[in-house]
Design a protein around this ligand. Structure first.
Ligand code: AMP
Length: 418
């Protein structure tokens, strides 16, 4: 089906073509006509499916159909979980808007950087705001923007928004929006909390789903390699060299490990660099850009990069440390095999992590043979106790951010009692 069959304006089709989109992806085919009709939509979609354009194209068309305000008032709000995703979505919306007869002002706001430039940027209003929830509310409190004219709300990566502890900010934001509006809800996974959020938000939604999660897509080959914990860096080096992967994203559990593993690889002659939340926003942006520009062959990251980051042509993802949950596993491996390309996702399974990986496999309905690589055969034996008996992945421990939020909430409550 061509883009022209979806009901989009010629200017938007022109922009999509200019971005190299020849035909709509399945999610675009399903979502665009429904959104143009004004329906609420709930989409089960991963980054990589083309979901950003699936909401951005009809969003721009509906915006364009409405009467322009002077000064500009925010008519479309896109909430996203991370700064990186905010920047990425903002860029896509701007690119798709470039051939429209009337200019569209897109403001991208996120925390972790100074609020002042964002406040300046919002002077004169904006048509579309792409935001992380905390900074959005800060800006509302500073009277830098108001949300009373929003008639289209997009929640992108709703599961991640909840994972990151944004539930309260979301409810506060929803209370600021007009009742009458169109809601678009995208999530890679639909655990109970996400479903409840969707049910509370959507009216008679059209459901769109792409065939399956990347975990089950044939374009991603999944491998599990049994290896001793102490040999993982050498094995990684061996695999990178043997397969001549042009780009590899390696996931580790901590910022320290990201630094440490990247340094070891670098010293061994592989262009590797760390990426994690301890780096400044500028440094993170630079690493991503340099990765895209082939300056780095390997980026060693915490789960910060597991979602939302769009790096085309990423042939391999390596779980050096296993993810905490099956959901994180899906998001990590979904970084490869994007937009129809093939990719490989390799998990290192140490003896200690064997039971944990079995739980992930169970949740993903997977059963991967444990490969052994000659020269790296494991010598350690799995311990008696299994992850299942010790709590394993089921009970999600609060992240550092969750703890900070809880501490801030407690301090606020204590202040209220004074
Ligand atoms: P997303 O799921 O929105 O992160 O998009 C994943 C990738 O697919 C991005 O690099 C997009 O530029 C690309 N993309 C989106 N729509 C299409 C399309 N119709 N044809 C080809 N590539 C697309």
């Amino acid at each position: 089906m061509p883009f022209s069959a979806l009901g989009l304006s010629p200017a938007l089709i022109h922009s999509a073509t200019a971005m190299g989109f020849v035909a709509p992806t399945p999610i675009q085919e399903a979502a665009i006509p429904a959104i143009l009709r004004g329906a609420d939509v709930v989409g089960s979609a991963q980054t990589g499916s083309g979901k950003t354009a699936a909401f951005a194209l009809p969003l721009l068309q509906r915006l364009h159909a409405g009467s322009p305000h002077t000064p500009r008032r925010v008519r479309a709000l896109v909430l996203v979980p991370t700064r990186e995703l905010a920047a990425q979505v903002g860029e896509v919306v701007r690119s798709l808007a470039q051939h429209l007869p009337q200019p569209v002002k897109v403001a991208v706001v996120f925390g972790g950087v100074s609020i002042n430039p964002q406040m300046m940027g919002l002077r004169g209003g904006a048509d579309v705001v792409v935001a992380t929830p905390g900074r959005l509310l800060d800006l509302v409190e500073h009277n830098a923007l108001q949300l009373a004219n929003v008639n289209l709300l997009v929640l992108d990566e709703a599961d991640r928004l909840l994972d990151l502890g944004f539930a309260e900010e979301l409810q506060r934001t929803l209370a600021l929006l007009p009742q009458q509006r169109q809601n678009l809800f995208f999530s890679a996974t639909f655990p109970a909390a996400v479903q409840t959020l969707a049910e509370g938000l959507l009216t008679d939604p059209v459901r769109v789903a792409v065939a399956d999660t990347p975990a089950n897509e044939p374009s991603i080959a999944q491998r599990a390699i049994a290896v001793d914990a102490s040999r993982r860096t050498q094995l990684l080096r061996h695999l990178v060299q043997e397969h001549q992967w042009s780009r590899v994203l390696v996931f580790v559990a901590t910022q320290y490990a990201a630094e440490h593993v990247a340094e070891k690889l670098y010293k061994a002659g592989i262009f590797a660099t760390p990426f994690h939340g301890g780096l400044s926003q500028g440094a993170r942006k630079q690493v991503l850009q340099e990765f895209k520009d082939d300056r780095w062959q390997v980026v060693v990251t915490t789960d910060l990069a597991a979602r939302g980051i769009d790096i085309a042509q990423l042939p391999a993802v390596v779980n050096y440390d296993l993810p905490r949950s099956a959901v994180d596993y899906v998001h990590r491996i979904g970084r490869t095999g994007r937009a129809g390309e093939s990719g490989v996702a390799v998990s290192f399974v140490t003896a200690d992590a064997e039971a944990h990986f079995r739980l992930i496999e169970k949740r993903q309905h997977l059963s991967l043979p444990r490969e052994q690589i000659p020269g790296f055969e494991p010598t350690e034996v799995p311990p008696e106790a299994t992850a299942a008996s010790t709590g394993g992945i089921k009970g999600k421990r609060p992240s550092k951010k969750d703890k900070l939020r809880a501490a801030a909430a407690a301090a606020q409550a204590a202040k209220g009692q004074d």
